[in-house]
Design a protein around this ligand. Structure first.
Ligand code: BGC
Length: 757
């Protein structure tokens, strides 16, 4: 280590090595000023160039000469490279062989855990436990940093109302306010105090509005009003930046007609000037190149200029900056100060991490051996996994007894690959606990566990090929669908109760995995029908990365658990819940529609001028479906029951400087201890612009013993009631409000108050 530091100190020659003392803006500026003076144009552009290694590629292109680029100072950052050994080899190329010996920055998609995989973000959000969400980010940072990484492409905070979009799995669902809270928790968890060697840079993505793509089709067009942007879609990105997120990733979509990656209003006026963002902006994968297809530039030369001028600092994998910026500079299409500014931002990130002091700071075999998949992380993974499970329905089937005969059936029952979900980074699916293993461990010799596969994930050969071409690892049973079902039925007949694990394979959600039908695949539905016909009690354990349409299932199946893709400890976590060792308390953070035709359906919709009236034809509704979703935002049951008292307000009016206490008494009216997420919503009845029917303003997660009551009090202030008014000013307007408290966004108690000036 000492040798490397010395080498580095020598390397910068007249430039002082980064001082060991705490970073100050002056010391950093002086250091970077001097460094920039020594850099050639090619070396400056090198700092703006990010290539994937060939260890673990996430996208379409690979530059085979990336190692030579590192040695020549033409590449300043690498992604998809991890583990002390691998990272050290690449860092050696930069700090021992390149002219200025500027260390590389190592990035990676550490999305829901690094080696220990936690539930997919949409699942994890259902815990409504911000402390826990911060902890999983912290644990991911500890593992990732020990593995040589400096930078994660997370959190993804794209608000989304369309479950056809596969990437809803990566975010926290439909709500802006909840999105803001989770964004802050994640940034804090990853970054903490960046001078420590176990903290990594966060990258808030995808800036901006990616979650609003039309028709849920990935990479599609986005078009929305400025009001909707500011009110609904932008706040979570802003919250991440206010929490100190060091970097931002552009999105693939256009924003107001201009691709995000070329959008100067977005990347400079809003992000830097208005919001004060000081870090660097990286493109999404080849997003600069794609602007040719978007049709805003004829060639890489033109789109390269657009991106740099917009304020985009680093080119992920596109190789446009490396090839075009020198020419653009020579042609005076971009300026040296513009190039310097971008290079400076990247160098600052490296400086803040202390890499100029010790480029190997994050590479630590001993720490990697100790931290990766350590017992405490596996325990955390199991805890967060069971807290992410949402009980959708239960007609006295759950919890199961730990005796008798249980039949476990379904393509996801004895499955490890799918447990860790998509974007499972360096997670090793072979180390995941399947539901079969989890249940077997739970039941021991006390009960008999029978198993039958019952169906493949899908009988659609074309879909299977697509999934397997992208790492699906889906083995298909050679037996015919009818044979598989027969086996399942005879297995079910031998059992007292049946647990059916059905849903999506992990590749059916995530990037480039949009679906126009979001039901359980047809062959799995047939299996479900056949097993239900045995009249045995059935628990449907759903595994999926998005809200599904489950109208039929809800009508016919007595018990249903939503388990998402729960990560490394999935099987144990589901078993804990099935037998009641853990009482489920998860609540949905994205509405489940009844049918695809209702999409987008979300709780914070507006009233319209003709709200639904079943007796009036000319009102806003469908001829063939209700307006209401199957499961609303905030929904989730427990093995116990809770009652809510009426709301008690501390005053009928709230003043600008005042506080309004909103209280309810929540009682556990069942026989088991349980947790409840008590949710607070408000509605502004009259505004200078139309306002949503409900907006989440707070929540508290409480634990109650059987028979126990608790007073839950929320405090509302004028600031909680602000919005963008007709003049796009962030303000509140006096008048009548409603406040709601309840167990989900639909089942609430309500009261009214006035905001007075
Ligand atoms: C995704 C990003 C991801 C990047 C790097 C892109 O395709 O949109 O979310 O961070 O690849 O793997």
């Amino acid at each position: 280590m000492k040798k490397a530091i010395l080498l580095y100190g020598l390397a910068v020659g007249s430039v002082l090595a980064q001082p060991a003392a705490k970073t100050t803006p002056t010391s950093m500026n002086t250091f970077i000023d001097r460094l920039l003076k020594q850099m050639t144009v090619e070396e400056k552009v090198g700092q703006l160039t990010l290539f994937t290694s060939d260890m673990d590629v996430t996208g379409p292109t690979l530059r085979s000469t990336y190692k030579e680029d590192i040695q020549k100072g033409r590449c300043g950052a690498i992604f998809n490279a991890y583990s002390p050994k691998y990272v050290r080899q690449l860092q050696d190329l930069a700090v021992k062989e390149s002219r200025l010996k500027i260390p590389l920055l190592f990035g990676y998609d550490v999305i829901h855990g690094h080696r220990t995989i936690f539930p997919i973000p949409l699942g994890e959000a259902c815990t409504w436990d911000l402390g826990l969400l911060e902890k999983t980010a912290r644990a991911a940072a500890v593992e990732a940093s020990a593995d040589g990484l400096h930078w994660t492409y997370s959190p993804m905070v794209d608000v989304a109302h369309d479950p056809r979009w596969g990437r809803v799995a990566e975010g926290v669902g439909e709500d802006t306010w909840l999105g803001e809270q989770v964004a802050k928790a994640k940034v804090k968890g990853y970054q903490g105090d960046l001078t420590k060697p176990d903290q990594i840079l966060a990258c808030v993505k995808h800036f901006a509005l990616y979650g609003a793509i039309q028709a849920g089709r990935d990479y599609n067009t986005v078009d929305m009003s400025r009001r909707e942007m500011f009110q609904t879609y932008l706040p979570p990105y802003k919250a991440a930046i206010d929490a100190g997120a060091a970097t931002v990733m552009t999105s693939f979509n256009e924003v107001d007609g201009i691709p995000a990656t070329a959008n100067r209003w977005l990347m400079t006026d809003l992000l830097r000037k208005q919001w004060g963002f000081k870090g660097f902006v990286v493109t999404d994968y080849t997003a600069i190149n794609e602007m040719i297809q978007h049709g805003v530039g004829a060639n890489e030369y033109e789109v390269g200029a657009l991106a740099l001028k917009a304020g985009v600092d680093m080119d992920m994998q596109g190789d446009v900056y490396r090839t075009q910026l020198p020419k653009l500079l020579a042609d005076k299409k971009i300026t040296m100060p513009e190039l310097d500014e971008a290079a400076r931002r990247v160098l600052e990130a490296k400086y803040k991490l202390g890499l100029f002091q010790d480029p190997y700071k994050f590479i630590n075999d001993e720490r990697a051996a100790r931290e990766i998949m350590s017992a405490d992380k596996l325990e955390l993974a199991r805890d967060v996994a069971r807290k992410s499970i949402v009980l959708l329905k239960n007609e006295q089937v759950l919890p199961l007894k730990k005796t008798g005969t249980l039949a476990l059936i379904g393509p996801l029952a004895d499955n490890k690959r799918d447990m860790i979900g998509n974007w499972s980074a360096a997670g090793d699916w072979q180390k995941a606990v399947s539901l079969r293993e989890g249940l077997q461990a739970k039941l021991g010799n006390g009960a008999t566990l029978l198993y039958a596969k019952g169906a493949n994930i899908t009988d659609d050969k074309e879909l299977l090929t697509k999934l397997n071409n992208n790492g699906g690892n889906l083995s298909t049973d050679e037996k015919s669908p009818a044979q598989l079902i027969d086996e399942a039925v005879s297995t079910a007949q031998k059992a007292d109760v049946v647990v059916l694990a059905l849903g999506e394979s992990q590749g059916m959600t995530g990037e480039a995995a949009s679906r126009s039908d979001i039901g359980i695949p047809e062959n799995q539905r047939k299996l479900l029908e056949a097993v239900l016909a045995t009249k045995k009690p059935v628990v449907l354990v759903l595994m999926n990365g998005r809200p599904l349409t489950l109208e039929w299932e809800h009508e016919h199946v007595p018990a249903m658990l939503e388990t998402w893709f729960l990560g490394t400890q999935a099987g144990h976590a589901i078993a804990d819940v099935l037998v009641g060792d853990y009482n489920p308390a998860g609540k949905l953070t994205m509405t489940f529609p009844r049918r695809v035709g209702q999409i987008p359906v979300y709780y914070s919709a507006k009233n319209t001028g003709r709200p639904m009236d079943p007796n009036n034809k000319y009102t806003s509704k469908y001829l063939d479906a209700p307006n209401t979703p199957l499961y609303p935002f905030g929904y989730g049951l427990s093995y116990t029951t809770f009652s809510y008292s009426d709301i008690n307000l501390s005053s009928p009016a709230l003043t600008a400087a005042g506080k309004l206490q909103v209280s309810v008494t929540v009682k556990n009216t069942g026989n088991l201890a349980g947790e409840e997420v008590v949710q607070l919503y408000s509605r502004d009845l009259v505004g200078s612009v139309t306002r949503p029917l409900k907006e989440l303003k707070g929540f508290q997660k409480i634990a109650l013993k059987p028979g126990e009551s608790r007073n839950v009090t929320f405090t509302l202030t004028e600031a909680d009631l602000r919005f963008y008014d007709a003049a796009m000013k962030w303000t509140s307007e006096p008048g009548d409000f409603k406040v709601f408290v309840g167990t989900n966004s639909q089942e609430v108690k309500e009261a009214g108050f006035k905001l007075v000036r």
